[in-house]
Design a protein around this ligand. Structure first.
Ligand code: DDK
Ligand code: ZN
Ligand code: ZN
Length: 416
């Protein structure tokens, strides 16, 4: 991470954007403990950006390990892989080319677009205009500011009612570089508005329930990925005495905090923060959910990539009390998703389906009492990773809508 941080600092100083010319993304397949040790060793020796799992501490045998390697370390990595006899493939030959190839949906327009990765400025003005032009179905509220002072706005979708309605909370963009995620929240809002009144399921959902949507959770990080370093994951908070910036918001919730699958090293991409909810964005969301605890029936959070539908727990291998029901709903949602384009998702508890990861928002919401708590890892499975081309925004969002609507319908059906 140090090299990326340096790039970041230089980029900010010069006011330009980090480039990734000649950098590669590898998929490694460690099959014996020795391979695992070699990979961890490699991570200590050189600055490797872990894509999957998202830090070297989480590497184990028989999983895919996707790493982004700066050009100057390529020779060394090849030597390691060959000497250690580690099976590997190159997922991305040239990361800079992949960054540029994301925009395969035509040139970037000045306006907001649902099939583009919109900058924070565009998302912010979109939030203002969509709320004011659909006043009968949307209201908005600021739940606090980010570390750098940007307002975090939650959109409430639903038919106005004199009584308090049960609700679903949906957030996107916890991790800065997972650009398909905020694109989904924007898509969801558009679809909800445009199908209310024609689609019977959406109509009934918004008549009976409200959906709180936080389009971008980690706004500072998201803005940073557009302006300075495309591969940034964490928040942008600073603490005097540390040279490293940010904590992982999905390790900063108060759920088995920092006990496993998280790092206490401020320079790690899975840094859990100095205390639970040390990140103001996490505190703002946790406060909002706590305040609305009695009405929030489901918590959905959108990430990428890997095509997984995860549920608690990630901070322990123990099964959630509602394991079977959560699994059943996840399987139903995955089949609904697959019915559109055949995209395959795997469902299961976080700890065994992806990796142990304490301090996550889903586990925290579940332990607070929000039973239907799910983490989506959207497309793809690694061909493009975080650099999913814009031509895939529409199909990805369309299929994901089916899964989200499946879960929402289930929750609605079981309200009373
Ligand atoms: O935060 C992560 O590393 C991934 C999404 Se990028 C999800 C881990 C499982 C759910 C954490 N509670
Ligand atoms: Zn994520
Ligand atoms: Zn992810």
């Amino acid at each position: 991470m140090r090299i990326l941080l340096l790039f970041g600092l230089v980029a900010v100083a010069l006011g330009d954007v980090a480039r990734f010319d000649g950098e590669k993304v590898f998929r490694l397949r460690p099959t014996i403990d020795e391979h695992v040790n070699l990979i961890k060793d490699l991570a200590k020796t050189i600055e490797v950006d872990f894509w999957k799992p998202e830090s070297p501490e989480l590497v184990t045998i028989d999983i895919d390990v996707d790493i982004h390697v700066p050009a100057k370390y390529l020779d060394m990595v090849y030597t390691y892989l060959q000497q250690g006899d580690i099976e590997y493939e190159v997922l991305i030959e040239d990361l800079q080319e992949a960054v540029e190839a994301q925009a395969d949906d035509g040139p970037t327009p000045r306006a907001h677009s649902y099939t583009k990765y919109n900058s924070w400025d565009k998302v912010q003005s979109w939030i203002a205009s969509i709320a004011s032009s659909n006043a009968n179905l949307i209201s908005k509220q600021v739940i606090g500011n980010t570390y750098e002072g940007r307002p975090m706005t939650v959109l409430k979708l639903g038919k106005k009612s004199s009584s308090t309605k049960p609700a679903i909370f949906l957030d996107c963009g916890i991790h800065a570089r997972e650009w398909i995620s905020p694109a989904f929240c924007q898509w969801f809002v558009k679809e909800a508005l445009s199908t209310y009144g024609s689609d019977s399921q959406m109509t009934s959902l918004l008549n009976q329930m409200d959906v709180f949507v936080l389009p971008v959770f980690n706004i500072d990080g998201y803005d940073y990925t557009h302006k300075s370093n495309r591969m940034w994951r964490k928040t942008r908070s600073r603490k005097s005495g540390s040279s490293c910036t940010g904590a992982d918001p999905n390790r900063n919730f108060d759920a088995g905090w920092c006990s496993m699958g998280a790092s206490s090293n401020p320079c790690s991409d899975t840094f859990c923060g100095y205390t639970p909810e040390s990140e103001i964005e996490v505190k703002n969301v946790a406060d909002f959910i706590r305040r609305n605890k009695s009405i929030i029936k489901a918590y959905l959070t959108i990430h990428s990539y890997s095509q997984l539908l995860l549920f608690p727990y990630s901070y322990t291998y123990a099964l959630a009390a509602d394991h079977s029901e959560l699994m059943e709903v996840a399987e139903g949602a995955s089949s609904a998703l697959r019915s559109l384009y055949g995209t395959r998702y795997t469902s299961g508890p976080g700890a065994t389906t992806i990796y142990p990861a304490a301090g996550g928002s889903d586990d925290w919401a579940y332990d607070l009492g929000v039973k239907y708590s799910y983490t989506f890892e959207l497309r793809d499975t690694g061909r493009y990773g975080f650099l999913l081309p814009e031509s895939q925004i529409k199909p990805t969002c369309e299929e994901t809508m089916l899964a989200v609507k499946y879960i929402a319908a289930y929750v609605q059906k079981n309200l009373y």
